[in-house]
Design a protein around this ligand. Structure first.
Ligand code: AKG
Ligand code: FE2
Length: 379
């Protein structure tokens, strides 16, 4: 798999905090040229009229093919659920001691679910600071209204009721609502690709899901501390980090796609093919949805998994809540039939979501995993 955008591995991109920075685009799918991010109204996504649903799906298609990012409004997630997750994120980060949080340390969890602290100093040869703290929760069938199993993908670390009463129940309200929204988006993606509306559902029975709460502290704007999440596309790295012990920027489930809740602080930026960082500033009442690497592969690179970053441009305290949704780890992802034609021959061998992440790591961190290089190769 080779990257076909205008910039390439080693190209320098304006950092926005003074100077330029080398960008590692190895193995990234190509980017589109765009100057803004579309807003899609999901009101008709649940219309009884198939034609009305198809119209929404067409907008989704355009956004995925040209940008890889879009805002959604009228998405059906209740205001109370959104208020609840914002409130719980603040409680989690500020109403517990460092020790309480470190008891949920991600490195103690077999699946790398849990808490990851801020790392302001460059220790142990780390090339980058980590100017945010986060907590991740994997798939919780009890919080999935469409669950067909009671099995999870590994145990989550929840704070105890004693430390943070009602935290789990309140997080669950949001979790359930975005699970519903995710399954609705799956239908939109299927329709947009001229597939049966429910075609993708069978791959997502025990989905690779990750709900992540992020807290970016106040920093001096335009300083190196304002570089929160560095340029990346969304891929599964949780298992990779566990398996190969390599330092990764952020921990994800196999997206699929990501549904991001922002607060009102500007930070997120998306890289256009011509090398410009396009702001994805918060718009009240919306989520930002983006395509991840696995979905891009599944669609034979038709849908774009676009590079993005979160730099704290305003220097204010910021919270964000990405929800990563991906296929079951054992689901075989075979290029979707409607994404193949003479102009776009099949690029990838069928691969399980689990195997796929090893291939990604191999592309992104060839030195760390040179020995698995030959194990999983693309067609
Ligand atoms: O915090 C944000 O706005 C973006 C987070 C993000 O891109 C990620 O966690 O993958
Ligand atoms: Fe991301």
């Amino acid at each position: 798999m080779s990257y076909t955008g205008m910039y390439d591995k080693g190209d320098h991109i304006d950092t926005g905090i003074g100077g330029t920075r080398k960008i590692n685009t190895a193995g990234k799918p190509s980017s589109g040229t765009f100057s803004s991010i579309p807003v899609i109204d999901l009101t008709d996504a649940t219309s009884p009229s198939l034609d009305a649903r198809k119209k929404v799906a067409q907008e989704v298609y355009e956004a995925c093919v040209n940008v890889g990012f879009f805002y959604i409004k009228n998405h059906g997630v209740p205001d109370e659920a959104i208020a609840s997750i914002k409130h719980e994120a603040k409680r989690f980060f500020h109403e517990q001691s460092e020790e309480d949080k470190m008891n949920l340390d991600i490195s103690k969890n077999t699946e790398f679910y849990g808490y990851a602290p801020i790392k302001p100093k460059l220790e142990n040869g780390r090339a980058k600071t980590r100017m945010f703290e986060s907590i991740n929760f994997g798939y919780e069938p009890s919080m999935d209204p469409g669950a067909s199993t009671t099995e999870d993908n590994g145990p989550n670390f929840w704070p105890s009721e004693e430390k943070l009463p009602n935290f789990k129940a309140n997080v669950g309200k949001y979790y359930s609502a975005v699970m519903d929204l995710s399954r609705q988006l799956l239908h939109m993606f299927a329709l947009s690709l001229n597939l049966e509306e429910t075609f993708l559902d069978k791959f997502c029975k025990k989905p690779g899901v990750l709900l992540k709460l992020n807290h970016y502290p106040a920093v001096v704007p335009d300083s190196s501390d304002s570089a929160g999440i560095h340029a990346h596309s969304d891929l599964e790295s949780k298992r990779l980090r566990f398996t190969y012990q390599v330092e990764l920027e952020s921990l994800h489930s196999p997206p699929g796609f990501t549904i991001l809740l922002q607060d009102d602080v500007k930070s997120l930026e998306v890289l256009s093919k011509d090398g410009h960082w396009i702001p994805a500033d918060p718009i009240p009442g919306t989520f930002v949805v983006n395509i991840g690497d696995a979905m891009s592969m599944w669609t034979n690179n038709l849908f774009l998994s676009t590079i993005h970053r979160a730099y704290n441009k305003e220097g204010k305290v910021r919270y964000s809540v990405p929800f990563f949704f991906g296929a079951d780890y054992d689901a075989v992802m075979e290029t979707l039939p409607s994404c193949i034609d003479e102009m776009r021959p099949v690029k990838y061998k069928p691969i399980t979501a689990g195997e796929y992440v090893r291939m990604k790591l191999n592309n992104t961190y060839p030195k760390a995993v040179g020995k698995v290089a030959a194990e999983v190769s693309v067609a």
